[in-house]
Design a protein around this ligand. Structure first.
Ligand code: ACO
Length: 334
């Protein structure tokens, strides 16, 4: 059986910085509340006219990842694009990025697993490489949250959390000990409505939404039961990290770098404490980018690698939890 490894990483965030203070001009909130509950100081939002979109940011991150991997873009066998905020209702961002990259034909697959999207995407890529079907797979996580948030008091517990950005990785067949050891995926659909955005959809089409829904329950803005999400996140994060470690006969003492989905700094800190990891063994950047959903792990992984915090031979653990609920982990020997 073949194995895959991460050959190149890239990221892109819009230039426009939105501080907690900026948000307090749009809704009743303040820096102290946001930092205390989430750790977030600022996030990036696309600015109208700056040319960015989910596909465009994904393209910029992908371009960097491909350049760093030193493969020819023509050798990419599959594109996997994870997002909950696509540019089009259909087709997905995968084909958009294929066109932007100038790749004539190759399969392009969109993954709809929200905060776990990148972990699911890595798992899909890893399986295709393991079977020998493909050699090089481009995995992208990108989100344009700011285009769809309710910037009023009605949704203030949701809208202060999310930011825009993209990250990407090129996975290639490995010829040495550096490889993805395993991936572990889960979902539990009974919590579908606890963190969701219902329309526009075939069930909630635009005119019906406007006609049928009272102001306090607008289905085209994200809804979140924050406390239930928090409680489930800390349980599932722990379970799926342990599952990955046990699968590889490893223990928490073997972890060199843990990169959690940047949901909320308090969730990351809880997991860090539970696994008794030192500050230098956990990478967080939610303070400056907010929660960028499918983009958060590849942005954090890229930054940790750029800062020299991940070295050859390190055991790197990625884990995510989010809407669905869905969750998963990736165990990597770097
Ligand atoms: N600014 C100021 N006050 C606010 C804000 C805000 N932005 N939002 C809510 N409040 C107020 C509420 O109105 C409420 O006031 P009240 O007590 O007078 O009624 C009070 O703050 C507490 O509100 P809660 O919604 O209960 O706040 P909570 O303490 O649960 O914190 C939060 C909200 C931060 C969302 C928390 O539940 C949480 O972190 N949950 C985890 C969810 C998460 O991380 N989601 C990320 C996306 S999903 C994912 O990536 C996994």
């Amino acid at each position: 059986m073949y194995h895959s490894k991460i050959l190149g990483l890239g990221k892109y965030v819009p230039e426009n910085v939105v501080t907690n203070e900026d948000l307090s001009k749009l809704m009743t909130t303040n820096d102290e509340w946001i930092q205390e509950r989430t750790g977030i100081k600022e996030r990036r939002h696309i600015k109208k006219g700056d040319g960015n979109s989910t596909a465009e940011m994904g393209f910029k991150a992908a371009k960097q990842a491909i350049e760093r991997s030193e493969i020819d873009k023509k050798d990419i066998d599959l594109i996997v694009f994870a997002t909950l905020s696509p540019d089009y209702y259909f087709p997905g961002c995968g084909v958009q990025i294929q066109e932007k990259l100038g790749i004539d034909t190759c399969p392009a697959l969109d993954v709809r697993n929200q905060c776990s999207g990148f972990v699911y995407g890595i798992s899909v890529a890893d399986q295709f490489i393991k079977t020998g079907m493909y050699k090089n797979v481009l995995v992208i996580g990108s989100e344009n949250h700011s285009g769809g948030l309710d910037m009023t008091d009605r949704s203030r517990h949701v809208s202060v959390i999310f930011g825009d950005g993209a990250g990407a990785a090129v996975l290639s067949r490995s010829n040495d000990d550096s490889k993805i050891l395993s991936t572990h995926l889960h979902s539990e659909g009974k919590f579908i409505d606890e963190l969701s955005l219902r329309g526009p959809s075939t069930e909630y089409w635009v005119p019906e939404i406007i006609a049928d829904n009272p102001q306090e329950d607008i289905p085209y803005y994200p809804k979140m039961n924050g406390q239930l999400v928090f409680k489930n996140a800390i349980v599932r994060f722990s379970e799926v990290i342990n599952e990955g470690l046990q699968h590889n006969n490893l223990t928490k003492e073997d972890i060199d770098m843990f990169i959690p989905h940047q949901a909320n700094l308090r969730i990351s800190q809880y997991i860090q404490q539970k696994f008794q990891l030192k500050d230098e063994q956990v990478y967080n950047n939610i303070q400056k980018y907010g929660n960028t959903t499918a983009a958060s792990i590849p942005i954090a992984l890229t930054e940790a690698w750029e800062d020299g915090l991940i070295q050859r031979g390190d055991l790197v653990v990625l884990a995510a939890f989010g809407s669905g609920f869905t969750w998963g982990s990736v165990i990597i020997r770097w």
